[in-house]
Design a protein around this ligand. Structure first.
Ligand code: KIV
Length: 273
């Protein structure tokens, strides 16, 4: 495909991710929330694009992921899908759409799939949500799990500190990961947990483990695209590597435009009809 930075431009599937784990090839995953960003992320060779409910923070300016609605996630996912040719597109099920009733969960899951054209869904939680995951899988929808610092439970945690440092929570995470893999999740995201625990889980389950703040032994990595491009100032967790400082680049560009307009330097003779 023209403009793509990778040689293998075949559409990524859940099966391909499984093969990547088997052959030791790392999986690159990033978030996107709109068409223009999704085109860039897809063209640069990211394997999985997550339409994260972090859209609540990055796109809407909320303090948590809790306020984003099903309709808003559908809007974001539909926009992303239009920009993607290669990556597997995974959409987060937002808070409240799968925790209350498994029947509701499958209805909401079907709506996201039908109205967005995305490839799979991600749900936060362990054994508590297995009944919902089972029904969604039975409807033919691939599910990615998410354990560790699950942001939809931030009010229960009361802190964004590293999870599962204590043995009881680490044990629960181990058995949750096993249960998610056994029920048929195609991958599991592990967020902000000790690297040693993530390594152990990665080696003990057959499905790909994607880490964020979970060390280098995971089968793949995910970051919020606004964070890794340096569009968010003031969010600097230890796990975040910034690959650009777009906040500065964009501020300078906009500032230059303002200066040019005020100085009657834009538009010039070549920029008019
Ligand atoms: O919503 C999101 O961006 C996520 C990632 C942090 C994994 O769930």
């Amino acid at each position: 495909m023209a403009g793509y930075l990778v040689d293998d431009v075949r559409k990524v599937t859940t099966h391909r991710l499984y093969e990547m784990k088997q052959s030791g090839k790392k999986i690159a995953m990033l978030t996107s929330y709109d068409y223009s960003m999704a085109r860039i992320v897809d063209g640069a060779g990211v394997d999985v694009i997550l339409v994260g409910d972090s859209a609540s923070n990055t796109m809407a300016g909320n303090a948590t992921t809790l306020p984003i609605t099903l309709d808003q996630m559908i809007y974001h996912a539909r926009s992303v899908v239009r920009g993607v040719k290669r990556a597997l597109v995974v959409c987060d099920m937002p808070f409240g759409t799968y925790q209350v009733d498994p029947q509701d969960a499958v209805r909401n899951a079907v709506r996201i799939m039908q109205e967005t054209g995305c490839d799979a869904l991600k749900l936060e939680g362990g054994v508590e949500i297995i009944p919902a995951i089972k029904l969604i899988l039975e409807a033919g929808i691939p599910v990615c799990g998410h354990l560790g610092l699950t942001p939809q439970s931030i009010n229960k945690f009361g802190t964004y500190a590293v999870r599962a440092k204590e043995e009881a929570e680490a044990d629960k995470l181990r058995s949750d990961a096993k249960a998610l893999a056994e029920v048929g999740c195609f991958a599991i995201v592990l967020e902000k947990i000790p690297a040693q625990l993530a390594k152990e889980v990665t080696e003990s389950v057959p499905v790909p483990i994607i880490g964020i703040g979970a060390g280098g032994a995971c089968d793949g990595q995910v970051l919020v695209v606004h964070d890794m491009l340096g569009m968010n100032q003031g969010f600097s967790p230890k796990f975040l590597r910034r690959y650009a400082n777009l906040f500065e680049v964009m501020t300078d560009a906009v500032g230059q435009y303002v200066t040019d307009v005020k100085n009657c330097d834009f538009p010039n003779e070549n920029e008019q009809y």
